[in-house]
Design a protein around this ligand. Sequence first.
Ligand code: GTP
Ligand code: MG
Length: 434
Amino acid sequence: MRNSTFETKTTLPDRAVLVSLVTNEVKRSGIDPEYSLEELVQLAETAGVEIADVLVQNKETPDTRWFIGKGKVEELRASILALDANTAIFDQELSGAQVRNLEESLDVKIIDRTQLILDIFAQRAKTREGIIQVELAQHSYLLPRLSGHGKNLSRLGGGIGTRGPGESKLETDRRHIRDRISDLKQQLDEVTRHRKLHRERRKETGVVQIALVGYTNAGKSTLLKQLTEADVYIENQLFATLDPTSRNLVLPSGKEVVLTDTVGFIQNLPHNLVASFRATLEEVNEADLILQVVDASSERRDEQMTVVDNILNELGASNTPQIVLFNKIDLCSAEQREHLQTDAQHLKISAYNEEDLVTIRNTIQENLTGDTALFRIPAARGDLSSTMYRVGDVVRQEVEEDDLIFEVRLNQIDYDKYGYQLKEFIIHEEPSQS
Ligand SMILES: Nc1nc2c(ncn2[C@@H]2O[C@H](COP(=O)(O)OP(=O)(O)OP(=O)(O)O)[C@@H](O)[C@H]2O)c(=O)[nH]1
Ligand SMILES: [Mg+2]
Protein backbone atom coordinates (compact mmCIF):
# COMPACT_ATOMS: atom_id res chain seq x y z
CA MET A 1 0.00 0.00 0.00
CA ARG A 2 2.76 2.39 0.94
CA ASN A 3 4.06 3.84 -2.26
CA SER A 4 7.18 5.48 -0.99
CA THR A 5 10.48 3.79 -0.54
CA PHE A 6 11.65 6.79 1.41
CA GLU A 7 9.13 6.36 4.11
CA THR A 8 10.84 5.25 7.26
CA LYS A 9 9.39 3.75 10.40
CA THR A 10 5.98 5.19 11.12
CA THR A 11 3.19 3.28 9.44
CA LEU A 12 0.61 3.67 12.16
CA PRO A 13 -0.72 7.06 13.14
CA ASP A 14 0.90 8.45 16.26
CA ARG A 15 -0.96 7.48 19.37
CA ALA A 16 0.09 9.56 22.29
CA VAL A 17 -0.13 9.97 26.03
CA LEU A 18 -0.06 13.65 26.94
CA VAL A 19 1.82 14.65 30.07
CA SER A 20 1.77 17.90 32.02
CA LEU A 21 4.01 18.70 34.97
CA VAL A 22 2.75 21.58 37.08
CA THR A 23 5.77 23.02 38.85
CA ASN A 24 6.12 26.13 40.97
CA GLU A 25 7.67 27.82 38.00
CA VAL A 26 4.64 27.05 35.87
CA LYS A 27 2.40 28.45 38.59
CA ARG A 28 4.48 31.62 38.80
CA SER A 29 4.49 32.12 35.01
CA GLY A 30 0.82 33.10 35.01
CA ILE A 31 0.00 30.42 32.45
CA ASP A 32 -3.04 28.40 33.45
CA PRO A 33 -1.73 24.82 33.24
CA GLU A 34 -5.21 23.45 32.59
CA TYR A 35 -5.76 25.76 29.65
CA SER A 36 -2.31 24.98 28.35
CA LEU A 37 -3.12 21.27 28.47
CA GLU A 38 -6.47 21.78 26.70
CA GLU A 39 -4.52 23.52 24.00
CA LEU A 40 -1.95 20.73 23.84
CA VAL A 41 -4.85 18.39 23.06
CA GLN A 42 -5.90 20.63 20.18
CA LEU A 43 -2.34 20.96 18.95
CA ALA A 44 -1.91 17.19 18.98
CA GLU A 45 -5.17 16.72 17.08
CA THR A 46 -4.11 19.36 14.59
CA ALA A 47 -0.92 17.37 14.01
CA GLY A 48 -3.00 14.26 13.36
CA VAL A 49 -2.16 12.51 16.61
CA GLU A 50 -4.60 10.19 18.37
CA ILE A 51 -4.79 10.90 22.09
CA ALA A 52 -4.72 7.79 24.24
CA ASP A 53 -4.46 9.31 27.70
CA VAL A 54 -3.63 12.46 29.65
CA LEU A 55 -1.49 12.48 32.80
CA VAL A 56 -0.90 15.41 35.17
CA GLN A 57 1.58 15.69 38.02
CA ASN A 58 2.00 18.48 40.57
CA LYS A 59 5.60 18.77 41.71
CA GLU A 60 7.62 21.70 43.04
CA THR A 61 10.51 21.27 40.64
CA PRO A 62 11.12 18.99 37.65
CA ASP A 63 13.21 15.85 38.12
CA THR A 64 16.58 16.44 36.47
CA ARG A 65 16.75 12.96 34.95
CA TRP A 66 13.14 12.21 34.02
CA PHE A 67 11.44 15.59 34.20
CA ILE A 68 8.45 13.95 35.92
CA GLY A 69 8.92 12.01 39.16
CA LYS A 70 10.09 8.40 39.06
CA GLY A 71 6.69 7.14 40.19
CA LYS A 72 5.01 9.09 37.43
CA VAL A 73 7.36 7.52 34.89
CA GLU A 74 6.03 4.13 35.96
CA GLU A 75 2.47 5.35 35.64
CA LEU A 76 3.28 6.61 32.17
CA ARG A 77 4.82 3.26 31.27
CA ALA A 78 1.71 1.41 32.39
CA SER A 79 -0.53 3.73 30.42
CA ILE A 80 1.59 3.40 27.29
CA LEU A 81 1.48 -0.39 27.49
CA ALA A 82 -2.20 -0.63 28.32
CA LEU A 83 -3.30 1.76 25.60
CA ASP A 84 -0.76 0.79 22.99
CA ALA A 85 0.69 4.27 22.60
CA ASN A 86 3.88 4.99 20.68
CA THR A 87 4.50 8.59 21.72
CA ALA A 88 4.50 10.76 24.85
CA ILE A 89 3.98 14.49 24.44
CA PHE A 90 4.97 16.82 27.30
CA ASP A 91 3.34 20.20 27.76
CA GLN A 92 6.57 21.76 29.04
CA GLU A 93 10.02 21.96 27.46
CA LEU A 94 12.36 19.04 28.15
CA SER A 95 16.14 19.02 28.13
CA GLY A 96 18.01 16.80 25.68
CA ALA A 97 19.08 14.50 28.50
CA GLN A 98 15.52 14.12 29.79
CA VAL A 99 14.30 13.20 26.32
CA ARG A 100 17.03 10.57 25.99
CA ASN A 101 16.42 9.08 29.43
CA LEU A 102 12.70 8.83 28.88
CA GLU A 103 13.12 7.40 25.40
CA GLU A 104 15.54 4.75 26.57
CA SER A 105 13.39 3.81 29.50
CA LEU A 106 9.99 3.82 27.84
CA ASP A 107 10.90 2.96 24.26
CA VAL A 108 8.48 5.45 22.75
CA LYS A 109 8.99 8.73 20.98
CA ILE A 110 9.23 11.66 23.41
CA ILE A 111 8.42 15.18 22.27
CA ASP A 112 7.46 18.42 23.98
CA ARG A 113 5.03 21.23 23.27
CA THR A 114 7.61 23.31 21.44
CA GLN A 115 8.52 20.48 19.15
CA LEU A 116 4.88 19.74 18.44
CA ILE A 117 4.28 23.35 17.44
CA LEU A 118 7.39 23.30 15.28
CA ASP A 119 6.11 20.14 13.60
CA ILE A 120 2.76 21.70 12.82
CA PHE A 121 4.52 24.69 11.36
CA ALA A 122 6.68 22.36 9.29
CA GLN A 123 3.56 20.63 7.95
CA ARG A 124 2.07 23.99 7.01
CA ALA A 125 4.99 25.90 5.55
CA LYS A 126 4.46 26.48 1.85
CA THR A 127 6.49 29.50 0.81
CA ARG A 128 10.26 29.55 0.67
CA GLU A 129 10.34 32.06 3.48
CA GLY A 130 8.07 29.94 5.68
CA ILE A 131 10.07 26.78 5.01
CA ILE A 132 13.38 28.47 5.83
CA GLN A 133 11.97 30.03 8.99
CA VAL A 134 10.62 26.73 10.30
CA GLU A 135 13.81 24.86 9.56
CA LEU A 136 15.81 27.56 11.29
CA ALA A 137 13.60 27.32 14.35
CA GLN A 138 13.88 23.51 14.38
CA HIS A 139 17.65 23.56 14.20
CA SER A 140 17.91 26.24 16.86
CA TYR A 141 15.70 24.10 19.08
CA LEU A 142 17.75 21.00 18.43
CA LEU A 143 21.24 22.43 18.84
CA PRO A 144 21.36 22.83 22.63
CA ARG A 145 19.68 19.43 22.99
CA LEU A 146 22.41 17.55 21.21
CA SER A 147 24.89 16.39 23.78
CA GLY A 148 27.77 14.08 23.04
CA HIS A 149 26.46 11.43 20.69
CA GLY A 150 24.28 12.41 17.79
CA LYS A 151 22.02 9.52 18.60
CA ASN A 152 18.86 11.43 19.32
CA LEU A 153 18.95 12.74 15.78
CA SER A 154 17.76 9.30 14.78
CA ARG A 155 14.41 10.43 16.07
CA LEU A 156 14.14 12.43 12.89
CA GLY A 157 12.41 10.14 10.48
CA GLY A 158 8.67 10.21 9.98
CA GLY A 159 5.53 11.19 11.80
CA ILE A 160 5.34 13.93 14.38
CA GLY A 161 8.41 14.79 16.36
CA THR A 162 10.45 13.66 13.45
CA ARG A 163 9.64 15.93 10.59
CA GLY A 164 11.97 18.65 9.55
CA PRO A 165 15.67 18.67 9.45
CA GLY A 166 15.40 15.38 7.59
CA GLU A 167 16.80 11.88 7.42
CA SER A 168 19.73 12.73 5.22
CA LYS A 169 21.21 14.47 8.23
CA LEU A 170 20.88 11.50 10.54
CA GLU A 171 24.58 11.48 11.29
CA THR A 172 24.94 15.19 11.52
CA ASP A 173 26.95 16.51 14.37
CA ARG A 174 26.66 19.82 16.13
CA ARG A 175 29.03 21.62 13.83
CA HIS A 176 27.02 20.50 10.87
CA ILE A 177 23.88 21.93 12.45
CA ARG A 178 25.62 25.19 13.20
CA ASP A 179 26.70 25.43 9.58
CA ARG A 180 23.16 24.78 8.50
CA ILE A 181 21.85 27.46 10.85
CA SER A 182 24.17 30.10 9.47
CA ASP A 183 23.32 29.00 5.95
CA LEU A 184 19.58 29.30 6.67
CA LYS A 185 20.08 32.69 8.27
CA GLN A 186 21.80 33.88 5.14
CA GLN A 187 19.01 32.60 2.92
CA LEU A 188 16.47 34.20 5.20
CA ASP A 189 18.29 37.51 5.04
CA GLU A 190 17.96 37.43 1.30
CA VAL A 191 14.25 36.67 1.35
CA THR A 192 13.74 39.27 4.04
CA ARG A 193 15.49 41.88 1.96
CA HIS A 194 13.11 41.19 -0.91
CA ARG A 195 10.11 41.44 1.33
CA LYS A 196 11.40 44.68 2.76
CA LEU A 197 11.95 46.19 -0.66
CA HIS A 198 8.46 45.18 -1.65
CA ARG A 199 7.05 46.75 1.47
CA GLU A 200 8.99 49.96 0.99
CA ARG A 201 7.73 50.23 -2.55
CA ARG A 202 4.17 49.81 -1.31
CA LYS A 203 4.85 52.46 1.29
CA GLU A 204 6.23 54.92 -1.22
CA THR A 205 3.06 54.69 -3.20
CA GLY A 206 1.30 55.71 0.00
CA VAL A 207 -0.94 52.66 0.17
CA VAL A 208 -2.42 52.12 3.61
CA GLN A 209 -1.52 48.77 5.18
CA ILE A 210 -3.88 46.95 7.49
CA ALA A 211 -2.94 43.78 9.38
CA LEU A 212 -5.31 41.10 10.66
CA VAL A 213 -3.85 39.70 13.87
CA GLY A 214 -5.17 37.46 16.60
CA TYR A 215 -5.09 34.17 18.40
CA THR A 216 -4.91 31.08 16.24
CA ASN A 217 -8.33 29.95 14.93
CA ALA A 218 -9.98 33.32 15.69
CA GLY A 219 -11.14 33.73 12.08
CA LYS A 220 -8.51 35.99 10.50
CA SER A 221 -8.32 34.14 7.20
CA THR A 222 -12.09 33.87 7.04
CA LEU A 223 -12.32 37.65 7.35
CA LEU A 224 -9.66 38.20 4.70
CA LYS A 225 -11.61 35.93 2.39
CA GLN A 226 -14.97 37.50 3.18
CA LEU A 227 -13.72 41.06 2.85
CA THR A 228 -11.65 40.62 -0.29
CA GLU A 229 -12.81 37.37 -1.87
CA ALA A 230 -9.29 36.05 -1.54
CA ASP A 231 -8.80 32.35 -2.02
CA VAL A 232 -7.19 31.40 1.30
CA TYR A 233 -6.92 28.32 3.49
CA ILE A 234 -9.45 28.23 6.29
CA GLU A 235 -9.66 25.37 8.76
CA ASN A 236 -11.05 24.75 12.17
CA GLN A 237 -7.62 23.89 13.47
CA LEU A 238 -4.68 25.65 15.05
CA PHE A 239 -2.16 27.37 12.81
CA ALA A 240 -4.02 26.96 9.54
CA THR A 241 -2.15 29.99 8.24
CA LEU A 242 1.58 30.33 8.33
CA ASP A 243 2.54 32.69 5.56
CA PRO A 244 1.15 36.19 5.37
CA THR A 245 -1.23 36.79 2.49
CA SER A 246 -2.02 40.31 1.30
CA ARG A 247 -5.04 41.37 -0.74
CA ASN A 248 -6.49 44.67 -1.87
CA LEU A 249 -9.52 45.79 0.05
CA VAL A 250 -11.82 48.37 -1.50
CA LEU A 251 -13.42 50.76 0.98
CA PRO A 252 -16.88 52.29 0.45
CA SER A 253 -15.21 55.51 -0.76
CA GLY A 254 -13.50 53.52 -3.50
CA LYS A 255 -10.12 53.87 -1.84
CA GLU A 256 -7.98 50.76 -1.98
CA VAL A 257 -5.97 49.57 1.01
CA VAL A 258 -3.88 46.44 1.53
CA LEU A 259 -5.16 43.87 4.01
CA THR A 260 -2.71 41.24 5.30
CA ASP A 261 -3.55 37.98 7.05
CA THR A 262 -0.88 36.78 9.50
CA VAL A 263 0.18 33.71 11.44
CA GLY A 264 -1.93 33.14 14.54
CA PHE A 265 -0.57 33.64 18.02
CA ILE A 266 -0.65 31.16 20.87
CA GLN A 267 0.40 31.32 24.52
CA ASN A 268 3.84 30.05 25.26
CA LEU A 269 4.91 30.50 21.64
CA PRO A 270 8.37 28.95 21.34
CA HIS A 271 11.07 31.60 21.44
CA ASN A 272 12.96 30.11 18.53
CA LEU A 273 9.86 30.35 16.47
CA VAL A 274 9.17 33.97 17.32
CA ALA A 275 12.77 34.84 16.52
CA SER A 276 12.66 32.97 13.22
CA PHE A 277 9.34 34.49 12.22
CA ARG A 278 10.38 38.02 12.99
CA ALA A 279 10.61 38.80 9.28
CA THR A 280 7.04 37.66 8.70
CA LEU A 281 5.79 39.46 11.76
CA GLU A 282 7.36 42.71 10.56
CA GLU A 283 4.21 43.02 8.45
CA VAL A 284 2.33 43.65 11.67
CA ASN A 285 4.86 46.16 12.84
CA GLU A 286 4.59 48.20 9.69
CA ALA A 287 0.81 48.26 9.57
CA ASP A 288 -1.01 51.60 9.73
CA LEU A 289 -3.99 49.94 11.36
CA ILE A 290 -4.36 46.63 13.18
CA LEU A 291 -7.56 44.61 13.18
CA GLN A 292 -7.41 42.32 16.19
CA VAL A 293 -9.68 39.35 15.55
CA VAL A 294 -10.99 37.66 18.70
CA ASP A 295 -12.95 34.43 18.95
CA ALA A 296 -15.62 35.92 21.20
CA SER A 297 -17.22 32.51 21.69
CA SER A 298 -14.10 31.04 23.30
CA GLU A 299 -14.22 30.33 27.01
CA ARG A 300 -10.65 31.61 27.05
CA ARG A 301 -11.35 34.85 25.25
CA ASP A 302 -9.76 37.15 27.83
CA GLU A 303 -6.61 35.08 28.18
CA GLN A 304 -6.27 34.98 24.42
CA MET A 305 -6.58 38.73 24.11
CA THR A 306 -3.89 39.17 26.76
CA VAL A 307 -1.54 36.87 24.86
CA VAL A 308 -2.13 38.84 21.65
CA ASP A 309 -1.59 42.18 23.38
CA ASN A 310 1.64 40.93 24.92
CA ILE A 311 2.99 39.72 21.60
CA LEU A 312 2.02 43.00 19.90
CA ASN A 313 3.92 44.74 22.68
CA GLU A 314 6.96 42.59 22.09
CA LEU A 315 6.81 43.37 18.40
CA GLY A 316 6.69 47.08 19.17
CA ALA A 317 3.25 47.44 17.62
CA SER A 318 1.29 48.39 20.72
CA ASN A 319 0.89 52.02 19.65
CA THR A 320 -0.55 51.24 16.24
CA PRO A 321 -4.24 52.21 15.99
CA GLN A 322 -6.35 49.14 16.59
CA ILE A 323 -9.89 47.94 16.02
CA VAL A 324 -11.00 44.86 17.94
CA LEU A 325 -13.35 42.54 16.06
CA PHE A 326 -15.25 40.23 18.41
CA ASN A 327 -15.83 37.49 15.87
CA LYS A 328 -18.06 34.36 15.88
CA ILE A 329 -20.78 36.31 17.64
CA ASP A 330 -23.24 33.80 16.12
CA LEU A 331 -21.74 31.15 18.42
CA CYS A 332 -21.88 33.28 21.57
CA SER A 333 -24.35 32.75 24.36
CA ALA A 334 -26.44 35.75 25.41
CA GLU A 335 -24.31 36.01 28.51
CA GLN A 336 -21.05 35.96 26.56
CA ARG A 337 -22.39 38.68 24.29
CA GLU A 338 -23.35 40.88 27.18
CA HIS A 339 -19.86 40.99 28.58
CA LEU A 340 -18.29 42.32 25.40
CA GLN A 341 -17.12 45.87 25.29
CA THR A 342 -18.74 47.84 22.48
CA ASP A 343 -17.67 51.24 21.24
CA ALA A 344 -16.23 52.69 18.08
CA GLN A 345 -13.08 50.61 18.52
CA HIS A 346 -14.80 47.30 19.39
CA LEU A 347 -17.22 45.59 17.02
CA LYS A 348 -19.30 42.46 17.56
CA ILE A 349 -19.36 40.59 14.29
CA SER A 350 -19.65 37.34 12.46
CA ALA A 351 -17.33 36.86 9.52
CA TYR A 352 -20.23 35.18 7.70
CA ASN A 353 -22.68 38.06 8.14
CA GLU A 354 -22.79 40.41 5.14
CA GLU A 355 -24.07 43.38 7.15
CA ASP A 356 -21.21 43.01 9.59
CA LEU A 357 -18.76 43.08 6.71
CA VAL A 358 -20.23 46.40 5.62
CA THR A 359 -19.83 47.70 9.17
CA ILE A 360 -16.21 46.61 9.21
CA ARG A 361 -15.45 48.38 5.92
CA ASN A 362 -17.14 51.54 7.17
CA THR A 363 -15.31 51.42 10.47
CA ILE A 364 -11.97 51.00 8.74
CA GLN A 365 -12.77 53.97 6.56
CA GLU A 366 -13.80 56.09 9.53
CA ASN A 367 -10.60 55.20 11.31
CA LEU A 368 -8.58 56.24 8.33
CA THR A 369 -10.54 59.43 7.81
CA GLY A 370 -9.62 62.10 10.28
CA ASP A 371 -10.80 65.63 10.84
CA THR A 372 -11.65 68.29 8.31
CA ALA A 373 -9.02 70.98 8.20
CA LEU A 374 -8.71 74.37 6.55
CA PHE A 375 -5.33 75.51 5.24
CA ARG A 376 -4.20 78.91 3.97
CA ILE A 377 -1.09 78.66 1.83
CA PRO A 378 0.78 81.66 0.41
CA ALA A 379 0.67 81.52 -3.40
CA ALA A 380 4.45 81.31 -3.37
CA ARG A 381 4.14 77.88 -1.76
CA GLY A 382 2.10 76.45 -4.60
CA ASP A 383 4.46 73.48 -4.44
CA LEU A 384 2.48 72.24 -1.44
CA SER A 385 -0.73 71.84 -3.46
CA SER A 386 0.07 68.31 -4.51
CA THR A 387 0.74 67.33 -0.90
CA MET A 388 -2.80 68.48 -0.06
CA TYR A 389 -4.13 65.75 -2.29
CA ARG A 390 -1.91 63.20 -0.61
CA VAL A 391 -3.17 63.75 2.93
CA GLY A 392 -6.88 63.37 2.31
CA ASP A 393 -9.82 64.38 0.15
CA VAL A 394 -9.71 68.00 -0.94
CA VAL A 395 -13.32 69.16 -0.63
CA ARG A 396 -12.75 72.84 -1.51
CA GLN A 397 -9.98 74.81 -3.14
CA GLU A 398 -10.10 78.61 -3.61
CA VAL A 399 -7.89 81.58 -4.21
CA GLU A 400 -8.27 84.37 -1.66
CA GLU A 401 -6.15 87.48 -2.21
CA ASP A 402 -2.64 86.06 -2.58
CA ASP A 403 -3.34 82.83 -0.77
CA LEU A 404 -4.67 79.42 -1.65
CA ILE A 405 -7.37 78.03 0.61
CA PHE A 406 -7.80 74.29 0.92
CA GLU A 407 -10.46 72.45 2.84
CA VAL A 408 -9.38 68.86 3.31
CA ARG A 409 -11.02 65.85 4.90
CA LEU A 410 -7.84 64.43 6.33
CA ASN A 411 -6.79 60.85 6.14
CA GLN A 412 -5.20 60.67 9.56
CA ILE A 413 -2.61 58.12 8.63
CA ASP A 414 -1.54 59.89 5.46
CA TYR A 415 -1.61 63.23 7.24
CA ASP A 416 0.73 61.91 9.93
CA LYS A 417 2.97 60.54 7.23
CA TYR A 418 3.15 63.37 4.73
CA GLY A 419 1.55 66.37 6.36
CA TYR A 420 4.43 67.74 8.40
CA GLN A 421 5.06 70.62 5.96
CA LEU A 422 1.41 71.61 6.03
CA LYS A 423 0.93 71.94 9.75
CA GLU A 424 2.09 75.55 10.00
CA PHE A 425 -0.51 76.65 7.45
CA ILE A 426 -3.55 75.24 9.20
CA ILE A 427 -6.13 77.88 10.15
CA HIS A 428 -9.03 75.78 11.35
CA GLU A 429 -9.63 72.18 12.33
CA GLU A 430 -12.91 70.50 12.96
CA PRO A 431 -13.37 67.02 14.38
CA SER A 432 -14.99 64.54 12.02
CA GLN A 433 -18.65 63.69 12.59
CA SER A 434 -18.15 59.95 12.56
N1 GTP B 1 -19.52 30.20 13.38
C1 GTP B 1 -18.53 30.95 12.95
N2 GTP B 1 -17.38 30.36 12.56
C2 GTP B 1 -16.38 31.15 12.13
C3 GTP B 1 -16.49 32.56 12.05
N3 GTP B 1 -15.33 33.06 11.59
C4 GTP B 1 -14.51 32.00 11.38
N4 GTP B 1 -15.14 30.84 11.70
C5 GTP B 1 -14.57 29.48 11.64
O1 GTP B 1 -13.46 29.40 12.50
C6 GTP B 1 -12.47 28.49 12.00
C7 GTP B 1 -11.12 29.17 11.94
O2 GTP B 1 -11.13 30.15 10.94
P1 GTP B 1 -9.79 30.68 10.24
O3 GTP B 1 -10.19 31.84 9.41
O4 GTP B 1 -9.04 29.58 9.60
O5 GTP B 1 -8.98 31.18 11.53
P2 GTP B 1 -7.56 31.89 11.58
O6 GTP B 1 -7.63 32.98 12.60
O7 GTP B 1 -7.11 32.27 10.23
O8 GTP B 1 -6.70 30.69 12.18
P3 GTP B 1 -5.13 30.36 12.01
O9 GTP B 1 -4.74 30.58 10.61
O10 GTP B 1 -5.09 28.94 12.44
O11 GTP B 1 -4.41 31.25 12.97
C8 GTP B 1 -13.00 28.04 10.64
O12 GTP B 1 -13.63 26.79 10.82
C9 GTP B 1 -14.02 29.11 10.28
O13 GTP B 1 -15.04 28.62 9.42
C10 GTP B 1 -17.74 33.15 12.47
O14 GTP B 1 -17.95 34.37 12.47
N5 GTP B 1 -18.70 32.29 12.90
MG1 MG C 1 -5.59 31.65 9.14
